[in-house]
Design a protein around this ligand. Structure first.
Ligand code: COA
Length: 314
């Protein structure tokens, strides 16, 4: 085994070794390509700021990555919370259970504190979840699923492709939502035009579309999942229930899927649009770790105001 790993900040020359490590540790899929364009979109061009990036090196080999993706949440009183989302956690398979993830994460916490950040939050998988708990994270709650199936969903044969652009005639390519964001009910990503452009228009692989009426708007991502044609409802703005019903009727998708925080107006609209919460289906666990004293309990799920678009494909 090579010498004791050293933790240091990421530099631009590390990029190809980092992409290699991510491919080895986390795999690669069409939805999650490990390409330069994806990495730069996520960690460099993010409108909330560049990610805090640390690497572990053993000898001359890059064996660990810690990425803290900067984010902002608005509190109900309008004040911003400066956050980071620990993502793309990777330790070289030959260097696991040696404390690299722990060392990188503890160093990341110190760096985030020194930059004045208030909160870390993420949706880790079970492999890293236990490690986060041991470093002060708390589980906040489970993200669920809301579904509007179409008749024949389970009878239909599997599809090989999905005409994304033609999926819903009225969908337009996403630029930004063109609407003012509502006030936050709980911790909420501020939907600025800059954020929406980066998040939905500039995404390196996912194609988001928008459908707008006089009343409201919805951001939708057509997708093929296990041979089923789905429309993922990432964002809703205003009274968009009727938009969702229209989209469901006119599209050739097998189902609509989405998720919005319990109690949010978007959840009510999604239900009006026919998306029903599936009580037994849980997808992700939201976890959080304050970096400073906060007078809002981030461990309570009802203090969060989230949409599918805040969580998917990031
Ligand atoms: C998850 C991962 C980053 C852990 O890296 P690591 O450097 O081996 O982790 P550490 O040695 O620092 O372990 C820290 C703690 O994490 C937890 N942990 C790490 N690997 C674990 C595993 N396979 N099962 C259960 N707990 C685990 C333990 O609590 C561990 O503490 P302990 O060794 O004192 O029990 C690594 O296994 C990996 O890259 N996995 C594939 C990619 C991945 O799943 N990333 C997470 C995406 S959210």
């Amino acid at each position: 085994m090579a010498s004791e790993p050293v933790i240091r900040p990421y530099v631009a020359d590390d990029l190809s070794a980092v992409l290699d490590l991510l491919r080895r540790a986390l795999g690669e899929s069409p939805e999650r390509p490990r390409t330069r364009a994806w990495f730069e979109w996520k960690h460099v061009r993010n409108p909330f700021g560049r990610s805090i990036l640390l690497v572990a090196e053993a000898g001359r080999r890059l064996v660990g990555l810690r990425a803290l993706m900067r984010w902002e949440l608005r509190r109900p009183d309008g004040d911003p919370l400066l956050c980071a989302r620990p993502v793309d956690t990777a330790t070289d398979p030959q260097f696991r259970r040696l404390g690299i993830f722990r060392k990188l994460t503890l160093a990341g916490i110190e760096e985030a504190k020194s930059q004045g950040l208030h909160l870390l939050f993420n949706t880790p998988n079970p492999r890293s979840g236990a490690g986060y708990v041991s470093m002060g994270w708390q589980a906040v709650g489970s993200v669920g699923v809301m579904l509007r199936p179409k008749l024949g969903l389970f009878r239909r044969r599997r599809h090989q492709d999905f005409d994304l652009v033609g999926a819903v005639p009225e969908l337009q390519p996403m630029t930004h939502l063109y609407v003012e964001d509502r006030a936050a009910r709980g911790l909420r990503t501020p939907r600025t035009a800059e954020y929406q452009r980066w998040r939905f228009h500039d995404h390196p692989v996912a194609q988001y579309f928008v459908t707008v009426s006089d009343e409201g708007a919805a951001v939708i991502r057509p997708n093929l999942r296990s041979g089923r044609r789905e429309l993922a409802v990432s964002e809703i703005s205003g009274p968009a229930g009727s938009i969702l019903r229209r989209v469901a009727r006119s599209s050739d998708a097998d189902y609509l899927i989405g998720w919005f925080s319990p109690g949010s107006p978007e959840r009510t609209e999604a239900i009006r649009g026919g998306l029903i919460p599936v009580p037994w289906k849980r997808t992700l666990t939201l976890m959080a770790r304050p970096l400073t004293e906060l007078d809002l309990d981030v461990g309570i799920f009802s203090n969060w105001d989230l949409a599918l678009g805040d969580l998917e494909l990031l």
